[in-house]
Design a protein around this ligand. Structure first.
Ligand SMILES: Cc1cc2nc3c(=O)[nH]c(=O)nc-3n(C[C@H](O)[C@H](O)[C@H](O)COP(=O)(O)OP(=O)(O)OC[C@H]3O[C@@H](n4cnc5c(N)ncnc54)[C@H](O)[C@@H]3O)c2cc1C
Length: 383
């Protein structure tokens, strides 16, 4: 993957923008792109086109398929080769580790505080946007608490494409555009098991991350076949009281929403289905901690409905299931003047690398070409 990794990072996302300034911002990287030109064609297709001719070992093929699924929600024949090459390039940088953010991800109030300190953006914590509607074809944001205003320059939505569409009144978008985006294929949703357990006498070398594949023959995308386990308190003891562990077990993007659609979350049928569908998660965890049920003091089961509600994502989906070579992620532009998008519906990959790249591209698009080049100089990507 070495040469493909180099080709995938020959053009940094920082240099990309979605307007006529693109040729100018690509110019400094043209030499590198031409050097890697022979590999760029394959990078635009699925990862299987790279893998199939050279990887025959069944375990390695399964493992690479699993990596694809964990990154994109799709197996190797649908995952972008560029995305995998980019990730390989990252993984094999010196001192890189795949691990857990000690202290947990940045708390929301600190993100708000940072945005305020930067002084450039209004923070609207605590109130949902109810309408991104365009007046006179330009975007504004209206909040559920009655606030909101017309944006001077732009409104950027990082909601999933389906959630963004739901905030745009019918007449703001050309019907063909709405229909085409609404039909974006979806990854499945999640089952979650959040536990607090008694950690007495557990092995001191208990690992944080575990991946259980129940049956390779079923394929990595089969419902409940791949289960992920994190025990972050083994790395960061502040996440649990002394002598306890906190555990998150989940089925990553392989729980069909249709099984849950329309259920009453207070009904007995819902409780029964929760118990039945969380059983696979318990069984996976028992491979790591055999007596975990006896140790458990706190149990919270999340379903696709929980995921939809708390993460506010359409049908609790992991994200768009746009197969490499069969469709394109749309990038930031929309037909509504001043409304741009970023996030995992706009850039291939799902996950934070894709989201960060998409945010960067959207931000670049909002500044002038000279400002963009100044930024590239400031971060030493261009002299
Ligand atoms: C269990 C799980 C594990 C994962 N693990 C990893 C991992 O290890 N590495 C990795 O890179 N990625 C991982 N991902 C994927 C990653 O979390 C997502 O791809 C990423 O969060 C998507 O970012 P986003 O900004 O596009 O969308 P989101 O994170 O969905 O952000 C959209 C935000 O908008 C808010 N919102 C929705 N509607 C409104 C409204 N009307 N008004 C105001 N706000 C609204 C939502 O509450 C949400 O906070 C994981 C995802 C899950 C579910």
């Amino acid at each position: 993957m070495g040469p493909y990794g180099e080709a995938a990072i020959a053009l940094p996302p920082a240099a990309v923008r979605a307007d006529w300034g693109l040729p100018r911002s690509l110019l400094p990287f043209l030499g590198r792109l031409l050097h890697h030109a022979p590999r760029l064609g394959k990078l635009s297709g699925p990862f299987s086109a790279l893998m199939n001719p050279v990887v025959q070992d069944p375990f390695l093929r399964n493992w690479l398929n699993l990596l694809c699924f964990l990154l994109s929600g799709l197996p190797a024949h649908s995952t972008s080769a560029a995305e995998m090459a980019f990730m390989f390039a990252e993984w094999y940088q010196p001192d890189v580790v795949l691990d857990y953010p000690v202290g947990a991800a940045l708390p929301r109030r600190r993100i708000g505080a940072r945005a305020r300190k930067a002084g450039r953006s209004a923070t609207v914590g605590g109130s949902r946007c109810r309408d991104l509607g365009g007046e006179e074809s330009s975007s504004r944001g209206a909040l559920e608490n009655g606030g909101g205003d017309r944006a001077r320059k732009a409104v950027v939505s990082n909601l999933s494409i389906w959630d963004t569409l739901a905030l745009l009144p019918p007449d703001t978008l050309p019907p063909a555009f709405r229909q085409q985006r609404q039909q974006t294929p979806e990854c499945h949703s999640f089952m979650h098991l959040h536990l607090g357990i008694d950690a007495t006498d557990l092995p001191t070398d208990l690992a944080c991350h575990h991946i259980v594949v129940n049956d390779w023959a079923l394929g990595v995308t089969a419902p409940q076949n791949v289960i992920l386990i994190s025990i972050p308190s083994v790395l960061d003891p502040t996440l649990a009281p002394t002598g306890k562990h906190t555990i998150h077990v989940y089925s990553p993007g392989n729980e069909p929403y249709d099984l849950w659609q329309g259920m009453d979350r207070r009904s007995a049928a819902y409780s029964d289905l929760k118990a039945a569908r969380s059983e696979a998660l318990w069984q996976a965890l028992e491979r790591v901690i055999p007596d975990v049920r006896r140790r458990t003091e706190v149990t919270l089961v999340g379903t696709p409905l929980t995921h939809e509600r708390f993460l506010r994502r359409h049908r609790g989906t992991y994200g768009p299931a746009i197969a490499a070579g069969q469709g394109f992620f749309p990038g930031p532009k929309t037909p509504v003047k001043g409304l741009l998008c970023c996030g995992d519906s706009t850039f291939p990959g799902i996950g934070l690398p894709a989201v960060a790249a998409s945010g960067w591209i959207t931000a670049n698009t909002l500044v002038s070409s000279p400002q963009h080049l100044d930024l590239l100089r400031a971060i030493n990507l261009y002299e």
